[in-house]
Design a protein around this ligand. Structure first.
Ligand SMILES: [Zn+2]
Ligand SMILES: [Zn+2]
Length: 248
Protein backbone atom coordinates (compact mmCIF):
# COMPACT_ATOMS: atom_id res chain seq x y z
CA UNK A 1 0.00 0.00 0.00
CA UNK A 2 1.35 3.40 -0.95
CA UNK A 3 -0.10 5.80 1.56
CA UNK A 4 0.93 9.45 1.71
CA UNK A 5 3.62 10.02 4.30
CA UNK A 6 1.35 11.56 6.92
CA UNK A 7 -0.75 8.39 6.96
CA UNK A 8 2.12 6.03 7.49
CA UNK A 9 2.99 4.64 10.81
CA UNK A 10 6.69 4.08 10.79
CA UNK A 11 8.01 3.03 14.14
CA UNK A 12 6.58 2.03 17.47
CA UNK A 13 8.79 4.27 19.57
CA UNK A 14 8.29 7.45 17.62
CA UNK A 15 5.01 6.93 15.92
CA UNK A 16 4.35 10.30 14.36
CA UNK A 17 1.02 9.55 12.79
CA UNK A 18 -1.17 11.96 14.68
CA UNK A 19 -3.34 12.41 11.60
CA UNK A 20 -5.05 9.87 9.49
CA UNK A 21 -5.75 7.14 12.00
CA UNK A 22 -8.96 5.28 11.75
CA UNK A 23 -10.97 5.76 14.88
CA UNK A 24 -11.17 3.10 17.55
CA UNK A 25 -14.67 1.97 16.63
CA UNK A 26 -13.61 1.34 13.05
CA UNK A 27 -10.63 -0.70 14.23
CA UNK A 28 -12.95 -2.69 16.46
CA UNK A 29 -15.35 -3.46 13.63
CA UNK A 30 -12.56 -4.28 11.23
CA UNK A 31 -10.93 -6.76 13.59
CA UNK A 32 -14.24 -8.25 14.58
CA UNK A 33 -14.71 -8.93 10.89
CA UNK A 34 -11.24 -10.51 10.82
CA UNK A 35 -12.24 -12.72 13.73
CA UNK A 36 -9.61 -10.99 15.92
CA UNK A 37 -6.80 -12.42 13.81
CA UNK A 38 -3.93 -12.64 16.31
CA UNK A 39 -1.12 -12.52 13.75
CA UNK A 40 -2.50 -9.29 12.32
CA UNK A 41 -3.02 -7.77 15.76
CA UNK A 42 0.58 -8.63 16.65
CA UNK A 43 1.93 -7.32 13.35
CA UNK A 44 0.11 -3.97 13.56
CA UNK A 45 1.09 -3.61 17.21
CA UNK A 46 4.75 -3.78 16.28
CA UNK A 47 4.30 -1.09 13.66
CA UNK A 48 2.22 1.46 15.54
CA UNK A 49 2.15 2.55 19.15
CA UNK A 50 -1.36 3.98 18.87
CA UNK A 51 -2.65 0.67 17.54
CA UNK A 52 -0.70 -1.24 20.19
CA UNK A 53 -2.54 0.67 22.89
CA UNK A 54 -5.92 -0.29 21.44
CA UNK A 55 -4.75 -3.85 21.00
CA UNK A 56 -3.74 -4.12 24.66
CA UNK A 57 -6.96 -2.57 25.97
CA UNK A 58 -9.52 -3.94 23.56
CA UNK A 59 -8.48 -6.30 20.77
CA UNK A 60 -6.64 -8.95 22.80
CA UNK A 61 -9.48 -8.99 25.27
CA UNK A 62 -11.99 -9.64 22.49
CA UNK A 63 -9.67 -12.23 21.01
CA UNK A 64 -9.49 -14.12 24.33
CA UNK A 65 -13.25 -13.92 24.81
CA UNK A 66 -13.86 -15.24 21.30
CA UNK A 67 -11.38 -18.11 21.61
CA UNK A 68 -12.15 -19.31 25.12
CA UNK A 69 -15.42 -17.74 26.27
CA UNK A 70 -16.13 -19.99 29.27
CA UNK A 71 -12.59 -19.82 30.54
CA UNK A 72 -12.53 -16.01 30.26
CA UNK A 73 -15.81 -15.71 32.10
CA UNK A 74 -14.41 -17.86 34.90
CA UNK A 75 -11.08 -16.05 35.08
CA UNK A 76 -12.83 -12.72 35.46
CA UNK A 77 -15.48 -13.95 37.83
CA UNK A 78 -15.77 -12.49 41.34
CA UNK A 79 -13.37 -9.64 40.88
CA UNK A 80 -10.35 -11.62 39.81
CA UNK A 81 -7.96 -9.03 38.45
CA UNK A 82 -5.36 -11.39 37.11
CA UNK A 83 -6.38 -10.75 33.57
CA UNK A 84 -6.72 -6.98 33.77
CA UNK A 85 -4.02 -5.31 31.74
CA UNK A 86 -2.65 -8.68 30.73
CA UNK A 87 -4.90 -9.53 27.82
CA UNK A 88 -2.05 -9.63 25.37
CA UNK A 89 -0.14 -12.08 27.54
CA UNK A 90 -3.21 -14.24 27.89
CA UNK A 91 -3.91 -14.07 24.16
CA UNK A 92 -0.41 -15.25 23.46
CA UNK A 93 -0.72 -18.01 26.04
CA UNK A 94 -3.82 -19.31 24.27
CA UNK A 95 -2.15 -19.74 20.91
CA UNK A 96 1.60 -19.88 21.37
CA UNK A 97 3.73 -22.83 22.47
CA UNK A 98 6.85 -21.12 23.78
CA UNK A 99 9.23 -24.02 23.19
CA UNK A 100 12.67 -23.70 24.74
CA UNK A 101 15.97 -22.31 23.59
CA UNK A 102 19.28 -23.98 24.32
CA UNK A 103 20.49 -22.84 27.72
CA UNK A 104 17.03 -21.45 28.39
CA UNK A 105 14.38 -22.51 30.83
CA UNK A 106 14.54 -26.22 30.14
CA UNK A 107 18.18 -27.13 30.00
CA UNK A 108 19.63 -28.49 26.80
CA UNK A 109 16.33 -28.56 24.94
CA UNK A 110 16.14 -26.53 21.77
CA UNK A 111 12.69 -26.41 20.25
CA UNK A 112 11.59 -23.09 18.78
CA UNK A 113 8.31 -21.52 19.81
CA UNK A 114 5.39 -21.71 17.40
CA UNK A 115 1.71 -20.89 16.96
CA UNK A 116 -0.64 -23.63 18.11
CA UNK A 117 -4.13 -22.68 17.06
CA UNK A 118 -6.31 -25.41 18.44
CA UNK A 119 -5.07 -25.87 21.98
CA UNK A 120 -7.64 -26.90 24.56
CA UNK A 121 -7.38 -25.66 28.15
CA UNK A 122 -9.01 -27.53 30.97
CA UNK A 123 -9.75 -26.65 34.57
CA UNK A 124 -10.17 -30.33 35.41
CA UNK A 125 -6.69 -31.09 34.04
CA UNK A 126 -5.36 -28.25 36.13
CA UNK A 127 -6.25 -30.09 39.35
CA UNK A 128 -3.68 -32.78 38.49
CA UNK A 129 -0.92 -30.18 38.64
CA UNK A 130 -1.74 -29.03 42.17
CA UNK A 131 -0.69 -30.58 45.46
CA UNK A 132 -3.60 -31.93 47.45
CA UNK A 133 -3.53 -29.02 49.89
CA UNK A 134 -3.74 -26.53 46.98
CA UNK A 135 -6.56 -28.17 45.03
CA UNK A 136 -9.07 -25.45 45.79
CA UNK A 137 -6.98 -23.21 43.51
CA UNK A 138 -8.25 -22.87 39.98
CA UNK A 139 -5.69 -23.58 37.28
CA UNK A 140 -6.33 -24.05 33.57
CA UNK A 141 -3.79 -26.24 31.79
CA UNK A 142 -3.44 -27.09 28.10
CA UNK A 143 -3.05 -30.50 26.58
CA UNK A 144 0.64 -31.15 25.95
CA UNK A 145 1.95 -29.87 22.63
CA UNK A 146 3.81 -32.90 21.35
CA UNK A 147 7.25 -32.61 19.80
CA UNK A 148 8.20 -36.15 18.88
CA UNK A 149 11.62 -37.71 18.24
CA UNK A 150 13.76 -35.00 19.75
CA UNK A 151 16.96 -37.07 19.63
CA UNK A 152 18.21 -37.98 23.09
CA UNK A 153 15.23 -36.29 24.69
CA UNK A 154 12.79 -38.62 22.97
CA UNK A 155 9.21 -37.36 22.81
CA UNK A 156 8.83 -33.98 24.46
CA UNK A 157 5.59 -32.31 25.50
CA UNK A 158 5.17 -28.63 26.35
CA UNK A 159 2.17 -27.46 28.30
CA UNK A 160 1.04 -24.09 29.56
CA UNK A 161 -1.66 -22.66 31.75
CA UNK A 162 -3.00 -19.88 33.91
CA UNK A 163 -4.20 -19.56 37.50
CA UNK A 164 -7.38 -17.77 38.40
CA UNK A 165 -6.76 -15.12 41.09
CA UNK A 166 -3.14 -16.14 41.45
CA UNK A 167 -2.46 -13.30 43.90
CA UNK A 168 -4.64 -14.96 46.52
CA UNK A 169 -3.94 -18.60 45.56
CA UNK A 170 -2.68 -21.29 47.91
CA UNK A 171 0.10 -22.12 45.48
CA UNK A 172 1.48 -18.61 45.69
CA UNK A 173 1.29 -18.63 49.48
CA UNK A 174 3.09 -21.96 49.62
CA UNK A 175 5.80 -20.84 47.18
CA UNK A 176 6.51 -17.87 49.42
CA UNK A 177 6.37 -19.95 52.61
CA UNK A 178 8.81 -22.46 51.17
CA UNK A 179 11.15 -19.70 50.07
CA UNK A 180 10.95 -20.86 46.44
CA UNK A 181 13.59 -19.44 44.13
CA UNK A 182 13.03 -17.44 40.97
CA UNK A 183 14.84 -18.56 37.85
CA UNK A 184 17.97 -16.42 37.74
CA UNK A 185 17.93 -15.52 34.06
CA UNK A 186 14.73 -16.57 32.33
CA UNK A 187 11.40 -14.71 32.49
CA UNK A 188 7.84 -15.61 31.54
CA UNK A 189 7.60 -15.76 27.72
CA UNK A 190 4.06 -14.36 27.96
CA UNK A 191 4.39 -11.41 30.34
CA UNK A 192 8.13 -11.14 31.14
CA UNK A 193 7.61 -11.57 34.89
CA UNK A 194 9.92 -13.69 37.06
CA UNK A 195 9.36 -17.42 37.24
CA UNK A 196 9.10 -19.70 40.25
CA UNK A 197 10.50 -23.20 39.88
CA UNK A 198 7.79 -25.63 40.99
CA UNK A 199 10.10 -28.65 40.80
CA UNK A 200 12.65 -27.05 43.08
CA UNK A 201 9.85 -26.12 45.49
CA UNK A 202 8.75 -29.79 45.44
CA UNK A 203 5.24 -28.79 44.44
CA UNK A 204 4.66 -31.07 41.45
CA UNK A 205 2.40 -33.99 42.36
CA UNK A 206 2.63 -37.47 40.80
CA UNK A 207 -0.78 -36.91 39.24
CA UNK A 208 0.79 -34.45 36.77
CA UNK A 209 2.74 -37.18 34.97
CA UNK A 210 -0.36 -39.41 34.79
CA UNK A 211 -2.40 -36.59 33.30
CA UNK A 212 0.27 -35.88 30.68
CA UNK A 213 1.06 -39.53 29.85
CA UNK A 214 4.61 -38.66 30.80
CA UNK A 215 7.27 -40.60 32.64
CA UNK A 216 7.22 -40.17 36.39
CA UNK A 217 9.65 -37.55 37.60
CA UNK A 218 10.01 -36.22 34.06
CA UNK A 219 7.67 -33.28 34.53
CA UNK A 220 8.92 -29.81 35.24
CA UNK A 221 7.10 -26.51 35.36
CA UNK A 222 7.34 -22.89 36.30
CA UNK A 223 4.79 -20.34 37.43
CA UNK A 224 5.30 -16.61 36.91
CA UNK A 225 4.38 -13.79 39.27
CA UNK A 226 1.23 -13.18 37.23
CA UNK A 227 0.08 -16.79 37.41
CA UNK A 228 1.05 -18.06 33.96
CA UNK A 229 2.49 -21.55 34.05
CA UNK A 230 4.69 -23.30 31.53
CA UNK A 231 6.15 -26.74 31.61
CA UNK A 232 7.82 -29.60 29.87
CA UNK A 233 7.63 -33.37 30.15
CA UNK A 234 9.01 -36.53 28.58
CA UNK A 235 6.07 -38.24 26.94
CA UNK A 236 5.69 -41.99 27.03
CA UNK A 237 5.51 -43.64 23.63
CA UNK A 238 1.92 -44.47 22.80
CA UNK A 239 2.41 -48.25 23.17
CA UNK A 240 3.83 -47.85 26.69
CA UNK A 241 0.93 -45.77 27.86
CA UNK A 242 -1.53 -48.24 26.37
CA UNK A 243 0.13 -51.03 28.32
CA UNK A 244 -0.06 -48.90 31.41
CA UNK A 245 -3.79 -48.46 30.83
CA UNK A 246 -4.23 -52.22 30.51
CA UNK A 247 -2.38 -52.79 33.73
CA UNK A 248 -4.65 -50.52 35.70
ZN1 LIG B 1 4.85 -26.95 20.74
ZN1 LIG C 1 3.62 -14.54 32.90
Amino acid sequence: MNLPKQYRCIHSTNCSCTKGHLNEDAIFLLFQHLNWNPKLIAAFSCACKWFDDIAKRVLWKEFCKARAPKMMLDLQYSGSHIVDGNWRALGKLLIYCSGSTKGGLFNGIHIPGHFAHTTRFSRTSGKSFLLRQCRTDVLYVSDPCEHLDQGEEGDVGFFRGIFKSFATSKVRKMLIKRGAQFHTTEVCPYCKAKLWNMLQAKMIPQSASCRLDAYEDCVEYYVCLNGHMLGICSLMPLSDSEEADDAE
